[in-house]
Design a protein around this ligand. Structure first.
Ligand code: SF4
Length: 228
């Protein structure tokens, strides 16, 4: 790997907007990654926006594969926001136990169901502001729902894979998800924001793992300075 210098290494202290060459580099990397991960998409099983927001809340600190094992029983028992809002906490906890942090997740899911039922007519809202008003919903979950269910690019989903790869590829020097999201939004065209996170997530799962990135097989190893 040779790697051109990550843009933020030149501006450690300033928050200068990305230069045209930063943007060209980012587009080149995205194009190469898209070719390899052309099948990238949301991995959480769901049939509608309600199921997606529930699955995304459960995916905090948990793999999508694990969530997908839990949600069939969950969605069968609680088919609507109202039903979820009326859930007995212990019943819900028993179903979602294996996703971790089950008490907090159950509390948020019941609050989510109630609020959707009482304030949004049983529907998942389609705006960032309203989504962020829901229990347990932060920008990551809101961006997932807006992008996947409503095809609205309001921001970029920043999960653990996106965070790691954005840093390795020099798209950001930040640690905080909101700052990383801001850097990615400045660097990439809005039309790519939804796909971008899916592609980076797939890249993280397949090649650019946290412990053993497969740099020799990586399509962007010439643009990357490595795992650091
Ligand atoms: S796999 Fe290696 S070369 Fe590819 S993006 Fe990750 S750290 Fe960079």
């Amino acid at each position: 790997m040779t790697g051109s210098r990550p843009r933020n290494s030149q501006n450690q202290e300033s928050e200068a907007p990305p230069s045209p060459s930063d943007k060209r580099r980012a587009r080149t990397i995205l194009k190469k990654l898209r070719e390899v991960h052309s099948d990238a998409r949301c991995s959480l099983s769901h049939d509608n926006a309600f199921q997606l927001i529930v699955a995304t809340l459960l995916s905090a600190q948990c793999t999508d594969a694990r969530v997908n094992k839990v949600t069939p029983a969950l969605f069968k028992k609680y088919r609507t926001p109202g039903a979820l809002g009326r859930a007995v906490p212990e019943d819900l906890e028993g179903i979602i136990y294996s996703t971790g942090f089950y008490k907090a997740k159950a509390r948020n899911l019941i609050g989510l169901g109630r609020k959707l039922e009482e304030e949004f007519g049983g529907k998942v809202p389609e705006t960032m502001e309203n989504l962020l008003s829901l229990p347990g919903v932060a920008r990551k979950t809101a961006n997932v729902v807006l992008g996947v269910s409503f095809a609205k690019a309001e921001g970029v989903v920043v999960d653990t894979h996106v965070k790691r790869i954005a840093k390795r590829l020099g798209f950001t020097r930040h640690e905080a998800p909101q700052k990383i999201e801001k850097d990615l939004m400045a660097l990439f065209p809005k039309s790519t924001w939804i796909d971008l996170s899916h592609i980076l997530i797939y890249h993280g799962r397949r090649l650019c793992g946290a412990r053993k990135p497969m740099c020799d097989s990586c399509p962007v190893n010439k643009q990357c300075s490595g795992p650091g």
